[in-house]
Design a protein around this ligand. Structure first.
Ligand code: COA
Length: 236
């Protein structure tokens, strides 16, 4: 019992730390449906682990009715999960969520519909997933990464990365801007096209300089092209 009270206190403190809108412990305790959903989940997971599968599933549907958040009791969830606003959040049966994760409303940690067994994502510690983002399949989002609102993520995300878009692609890694990333890790035809154009521009500039003689000063690149050329050299 003291342990449960301790966990509840910890969850309430987490919300006060992460949500500037939270004003008091009592408000957080009473008004944050994301917390209520997590507390329901803790009970349901306990039942699930002890073989009360139907009861656990039924209670998870009661929790969904009350909070608008559906967490499968078979999911594995770490400490201090904060689901902000919460409505429409879905966490699938084989999802694994680490410690200190934040999910906004409408986030799905779901399957692609094509896999069996472990078919939901693994979200490592300290990840933030923006509103409406869909993270699908047995993939891993590395710790300290951020997924932008509205993204659809279908591939592994390395640690310390920011991913946006549909399909999700990396825009920051380890604090550095990334336009062109390893094509094996993202599926972004626009990035591939930009890489090909920038490589060609670079080759042509060298050729023109050779033909004009090394004393001829090269025209400066436009700022946007300069940025792309620099990003090409940044390999993840
Ligand atoms: C992804 C996110 C974390 C990036 O934040 P950031 O590091 O401050 O990055 P910036 O705002 O500087 O944006 C960097 C680039 O990504 C783009 N971008 C940011 N968020 C995006 C998103 N969700 N989808 C698509 N592109 C996005 C920006 O337009 C910008 O592009 P540009 O450099 O070509 O102009 C943030 O934008 C986000 O989506 N947070 C989720 C917040 C949320 O869901 N809140 C719900 C509260 S209820």
């Amino acid at each position: 019992m003291p342990r449960i009270a301790g966990l509840i206190r910890e969850d309430v403190s987490t919300v006060l730390e992460r949500d500037p809108a939270a004003k008091s412990r009592l408000e957080v305790f009473l008004c944050y449906s994301g917390l209520h959903a997590v507390w329901f989940y803790r009970i349901n997971h306990w039942l699930w682990d002890r073989g009360f599968l139907l009861l656990a599933r039924w209670l998870s549907q009661v929790a969904r009715f009350l909070t608008g958040i559906e967490i499968h009791p078979g999911a594995t969830i770490g400490r201090r999960l904060f689901i902000d606003h919460g409505l429409g959040v879905v966490i699938g049966e084989t999802a694994i969520v680490g410690d200190d994760v934040t999910l906004y409303q409408g986030v799905t940690l779901g399957g692609t519909g094509k896999e069996h067994g472990k078919r939901h994502p693994t979200i490592e510690d300290n990840v933030v997933i923006g509103g409406g983002a869909k993270v699908l399949g047995n993939i891993t989002v590395g710790r300290n990464s951020r997924i932008g609102a509205g993204s659809v993520v279908l591939r592994n995300v390395p640690e310390h990365s920011t991913v946006v878009g549909v399909p999700g692609h990396i825009i920051f890694r380890n604090g550095e801007r990334v336009v062109i990333t390893d094509p094996k890790q993202i599926n972004d035809p626009l990035s591939e096209a930009l890489a090909a154009v920038a490589t060609e521009v670079s080759r042509l500039r060298e050729r023109v300089q050779r033909l004009e003689g090394s004393e001829a000063a090269a025209e400066p690149l436009s700022a946007s092209l300069q940025r792309i050329m620099e990003d090409i050299d940044y390999q993840i």
